[in-house]
Ligand binder design. Structure first.
Ligand code: AMP
Ligand code: FE
Ligand code: ZN
Ligand code: FE
Length: 286
């Protein structure tokens, strides 16, 4: 079994890269990819530990991108794009990732100001202490729980941080097409993270996936803790139909996503066979 979607303390996970690698070894995982949001720092830190422990480690990243709205009055849709086999990260990609980090920082400053306005302040100093340079909404959420503004992380998202929440601040993410282009030019494999969150079903979902295949995406994530068995089967069928590979992982975030285990997801609903990785490696060589 492998796990190709993992977050560490370098972004919004609560386990250090070392803890992740050691747990992967203890859990008997055949390979893992670290896919922190907008940074390679977790991968870099995990690399020597993985070498020492003999855990095959793939360099990954999860990029926040947007799909333009389908209708003139629609909202752009946030799409997470996974990039794999980016070692060593090419200089242009590193530069580009730096601009993504600046965009994230700018959003965090605005979000902090908005929360103060709403009488539930979370300062940038507090956020930085928790999330360092790669702080995200989950760090805001856990601080809001600690300060007693909300009872749970989910309530923090529902009331404040989610796209429908009162404190939501738009992040000026690049387009999905641009993200795919950056990953491809760096020699990597691009995969659509958790397609269920496109929140489109049937024909509409299929149209989006066809569009992404045209943009040059290589794969879609079939195994994810938010996917039922039926979702996974459907994503495998859609992948085949549009000649895409599949990827999968637990989207592990430690305590920031209670109930999701490394390698196995929610109640064992993630179990990605090793052959998935062999196919991806074949694509990199091709
Ligand atoms: P950010 O990249 O800082 O905007 O934060 C995005 C992260 O917040 C995602 O990767 C999820 O881990 C988490 N997240 C986003 N929306 C929700 C939600 N509605 N409920 C729980 N977690 C969420
Ligand atoms: Fe996350
Ligand atoms: Zn994601
Ligand atoms: Fe993720």
């Amino acid at each position: 079994m492998i796990d190709l979607h993992i977050h560490t303390t370098a972004s919004d996970g609560t386990w250090t890269p070392e803890q992740v690698v050691v747990a992967a070894k203890q859990g008997g995982l055949d390979a893992i990819a670290i896919t922190d949001h907008d940074t390679f720092a977790g991968y870099e830190e995990a690399q020597p530990v993985a070498a020492r422990e003999g855990v095959p480690l793939i360099c990954g990243i999860e990029l926040s991108t947007k799909l333009p709205p389908a209708t003139p009055n629609g909202r752009p849709k946030t799409v997470h794009l996974l990039g794999y086999f980016l070692r060593p990260p090419a200089a242009p990609l590193l530069e580009w990732v730096k601009t993504q980090q600046a965009i994230r920082h700018e959003r965090n400053v605005q979000l902090s100001a908005r929360l103060a306005e709403l009488g539930v302040p979370v300062t940038m100093a507090e956020v930085r202490e928790r999330g360092r340079s790669m702080a995200g909404r989950p760090h805001f959420a856990s601080l809001m729980v600690e300060k007693g503004y909300v009872a749970t992380l989910q309530e923090a998202f529902d009331k404040y941080l989610d796209e429908k929440g009162v404190a939501y601040v738009d992040k000026h993410d690049p387009s999905l097409a641009e993200g795919i282009r950056q990953v491809r030019e760096a020699g990597g494999i691009a995969s659509l993270a958790h397609p269920i969150r496109l929140n489109r079903f049937g024909r509409e979902e299929e149209d989006l996936i066809r569009q992404m295949a045209k943009m040059g995406i290589h794969a879609i994530e079939a195994w994810h803790p938010d996917h039922t068995e039926r979702h996974r089967e459907r994503y495998e069928i859609l992948a085949q139909r549009y000649r895409l590979a599949v990827t999968g992982g637990s989207d592990f975030h430690g305590d920031n996503k209670p109930g999701v285990a490394l390698g196995t997801g929610k109640g064992g609903n993630v179990n990605v066979p090793r052959k998935v990785l062999e196919r991806l490696r074949g694509l990199v060589r091709a």
